[in-house]
Design a protein around this ligand. Structure first.
Ligand SMILES: [Fe+2]
Length: 290
């Protein structure tokens, strides 16, 4: 396996050997334009080693394939230089892209939030609780760990069996809650009823504005939020954050889930159920959520 440091060393060495040569030797004697393939090899988040090779137009495919295959990661540009000027300034960028993993630092970011891992000394209790509450299945389970999923991901929640753990002090910094989105108000309330009927009650129920949310505590005190989106688009949700209503009350308005069930039974439209009522000024001190 080629390491990043090996790539960097190779890049420096080859860059001196061919890159500078290509830049300084000039191609004035060649009849056509000069193409240079520049490979940027990421060595760390702030430094890059730049390689380049140059060739005549007719040789471009072979040079491209040789250089593109030389490294497993990197970004590249193929530029056209006017060989009569040979001023080192590219006249045109013909092609750019990346090979292997994306290595342009500004573009590197996660593609999704994958899973949450919990450690617990109540392993079996926690595994059963999550299996029921998330309506999920174990893709792997033994006496040490359990991987749970409810969708296409191989695990969304994992639980580690760690004996003799202490309780989480409320004063400790850390994760406040993990949120799961449901498809509709009907699904969210069906989830409420399913849990309620097994004696699992929410600790906090609120319309935040962008979401309608029900908070629960697992047997270890970790907080989960079950929510639905109140708006149809991210733009509308974001707009709410800049509204006068949000400035007045950034937390939300609590509601009674049984009252919500009654409204659903009475046929109140979902859009109306999801609309946050005005409730005056509120702040963090007004909510029960720890
Ligand atoms: Fe949340």
């Amino acid at each position: 396996m080629v390491s990043v440091s090996m790539l960097a060393a190779h890049a420096r060495e080859t860059g001196r050997a061919t890159g500078e040569h290509a830049t300084k030797s000039g191609f004035r004697h060649l009849p056509g334009p000069v193409f240079r393939l520049a490979r940027e090899i990421l060595t760390n988040w702030s430094n890059r080693c730049i390689l380049s090779a140059a060739c005549q137009c007719a040789e471009l495919p072979s040079v491209k394939s040789r250089w593109m295959g030389a490294f497993q990661v990197g970004v590249f540009r193929i530029c056209r230089f006017d060989n009569r000027e040979d001023d080192g300034v590219a006249d045109d960028v013909l092609e750019s892209g990346s090979v292997g993993q994306s290595t342009a630092p500004a573009e590197v970011k996660p593609i999704k939030l994958a899973h949450v891992v919990l450690r617990s000394s109540q392993f079996e209790k926690l595994v059963s609780w999550y299996k029921f509450v998330l309506n999920c299945r174990a893709v792997f389970e033994n006496e040490l760990l359990c991987f749970l999923t409810y969708d296409e991901e191989h695990h969304r929640v994992a639980i580690l069996n760690v004996p003799d753990l202490g309780e989480q002090p409320e004063s400790a910094a850390g994760v406040h809650h993990v949120a799961f989105t449901f498809a509709s108000m009907g699904d969210l309330m069906a989830q409420y009823v399913r849990l309620r009927d097994e004696g699992i009650k929410p600790v906090f129920v609120i319309n935040h504005g962008p979401t309608t949310s029900m908070y629960y505590c697992d047997p270890d005190g970790n907080q989960l939020e079950f929510q639905i989106e109140n708006y149809d688009s991210v733009e509308e949700s974001t707009e709410f954050f800049y509204s006068e209503e949000f400035a007045e009350n950034p937390i939300g308005v609590e509601f009674d889930p049984e009252d919500m069930l009654a409204k659903i039974a009475a046929g109140v439209p979902e859009a109306e159920l999801k609309r946050r009522p005005r409730a005056g000024s509120k702040g963090l001190d007004d909510i029960k959520l720890r």
